[in-house]
Structure formats: structure tokens, C-alpha cells
Ligand binder design. Structure first.
Ligand code: ZN
Length: 290
């Protein structure tokens, strides 16, 4: 399986930290009834759903080599992080992610911009690594772009009760002065634009790429499974605002439906990259394998 592809003059690499059955799909999507699952099980299996109805998630970063920058979008779970409620992520020590980075011909020094579509645990982890008991930026030459309102939201949450990923993977970047706060519709340059897509979190953004047009877009977590394309109103259990999330998802799918734009999802099973087509009142996601 190739994890490298070309979008116009941008080289894109998927840096995969893992791909595995994660949780029961009906637990992940409370609105997915047993009857609806039964209607859709056949096409979801075996890639998006295993034989025990566990949802298969890919955890990955995308690295974009544009004519101007080397950008890492979302930074997965990371190593050494205390994640007591999620045993497979708790104080991880494997070298899969760093091996994938070097297989793509990249060293941590090569990344000059890191962007996190939102501040959930599986999108900020490799922002930092542990050095002599202190969390330091993993990518020493990078500027880290965070959405201002997203940061403000998690700051307030963290004051109410500790938010571990925020404390060990976001705040140390700010303390090191490596951050830049932006609006969630910020245009970086002529190739890269953030697309405000709130709902999953308050200031979630997608990342559109292409010179002057959206040749491809990185979805982040505005969608987690192809079943949500068929039924955009199905939101996931942890969405901050499930109604807004559903509206954002439908608008996004409608915008790119039957266009040539490639959607690079965060969590769909490999190849994770799809084109959107119409399917009844919803949408179908056709995997792109070239
Ligand atoms: Zn995620």
C-alpha cells in the first residue's frame, strides 16, 4: 500500500501511527440503531467494521510538502502520554510513528508548520515528546498553528478539570513560544487554507490544499466513518455539539459531492482518501487507491 500521493504540486504522505478495531460502532454512534447497522453491515465490512462490529480506525498524520512549506496536519496519540482511560494509548512506547516519518524521508527537523484540526487526544499527541521529564516540542523548527477559539475552549475546560492531552501536548508548545493562534478560516498562503468546520469541537477546522482551488481537503474529525456519509445526521458520542456537527458534515459533503476534490479523512480505514458521490439522501465515499 502506498502512503504517498501527489496533489498538483503538493506531495502528501500519510504517517500512520496505527489502524485497528477501536470500539463498538453502536457505542461510537449512539444514533446507529441495530436495525440500521444490519442494513449497512455488508458494505462496511471488512474494512471499516470487523466481524464483531468493532469500528476500525486509522490514526494518522498527513504531511504536505508544498512549494513553500513542509506541513504536518494532526499529530496522533504520541508516546509516553498518561491516558489512563484508554489502555492502548496509555504511555505508549512503540516506534511505529517515527519509523513511518523516516520512511517518508522526513526528520522531525524538516517540519516547519504543525496544524491541529482540533485539540482531541489523537490529534495533538506527537506535538511534544518527553525529554528529561519535561514535555518539549517534537518538531524543533516548527511553528504550531492552533485555532484561537479552540484553545480558549480547552483552557476553560482545563480550569474546571484537568484535560491531560491539553496539558502535556498543547500547553508546552505555548510555554515554548512555538505557537501561533489563528482564526479557523485562516489562509496560510496560495496553497493552503483552513476551513472552519465546527461541531465535533467548538473551533474545529479542515485543511484545503491546491493552488487557488480545493484539489484536496483534510477532513479532521468532521467525519469518522463512511456510514456518516450515507447518514450525515449520525454524530459520534464525543461531539461537542452533535446538531452542529451533523449540519457541518452535510454541508461539507454537499460542497464536495461529484467534484474532483479528494477528501483525506483522519480515521477512515486505509487508503482513507475518498471522493464523495451522491447516495440517496446522503453520500457515498469512493476510496482512491492510486
Ligand atoms: Zn480523532
Amino acid at each position: 500500500m502506498t502512503t504517498t500521493f501527489q496533489i498538483g504540486d503538493i506531495q502528501v504522505d500519510r504517517i500512520i501511527e496505527g489502524e485497528y478495531p477501536f470500539t463498538s460502532i453502536t457505542g461510537f454512534f449512539p444514533a446507529l440503531t441495530p436495525e440500521l447497522l444490519a442494513e449497512n453491515r455488508a458494505w462496511l465490512q471488512p474494512k471499516a467494521l470487523d466481524a464483531d462490529d468493532m469500528m476500525i480506525l486509522c490514526i494518522q498524520s498527513y504531511v504536505l510538502r508544498t512549494p513553500h512549506h513542509t506541513i504536518l496536519v494532526d499529530s496522533c496519540v504520541g508516546n509516553g502520554k498518561p491516558r489512563p482511560t484508554r489502555p492502548i494509548w496509555d504511555r505508549k512506547t512503540d516506534d511505529t510513528y517515527m519509523r513511518a516519518l523516516s520512511a517518508a524521508g522526513l526528520a522531525v527537523e524538516d517540519i516547519d508548520i504543525v496544524m491541529c484540526t482540533h485539540m482531541h487526544v489523537d490529534h495533538v499527541g506527537w506535538n511534544t515528546r518527553l525529554e528529561n521529564g519535561v514535555w518539549v516540542p517534537t518538531f524543533p523548527n516548527a511553528k504550531y498553528l492552533f485555532a484561537q477559539k479552540e484553545f480558549d475552549h480547552w483552557t476553560a475546560q482545563n480550569e474546571k478539570a484537568p484535560v491531560l492531552p491539553f496539558q502535556d501536548s498543547v500547553l508546552p508548545i505555548v510555554a515554548a513560544g512555538r505557537h501561533e493562534f489563528v482564526a479557523s478560516d485562516h489562509a496560510l498562503d496560495d496553497h493552503i487554507r483552513l476551513v472552519s468546520t465546527p461541531g465535533h469541537t467548538p473551533d474545529h477546522f479542515a485543511v484545503a490544499m491546491g493552488k487557488g482551488r480545493d484539489d484536496a481537503v483534510i477532513t479532521g474529525d468532521l467525519i469518522h466513518s463512511p456510514v456518516q456519509a450515507r447518514y450525515p445526521e449520525i454524530s459520534m458520542f464525543a461531539d461537542f455539539d452533535p446538531v452542529q456537527s451533523a449540519a457541518t458534515r452535510r454541508a461539507f459533503l454537499e460542497r464536495y459531492c461529484d467534484t474532483s476534490t479528494q477528501c483525506c479523512t483522519a480515521h477512515f480505514p486505509s487508503p482513507s482518501r475518498v471522493r464523495v458521490k451522491r447516495w440517496g439522501n446522503g453520500f457515498r465515499c469512493d476510496p482512491i487507491t492510486d
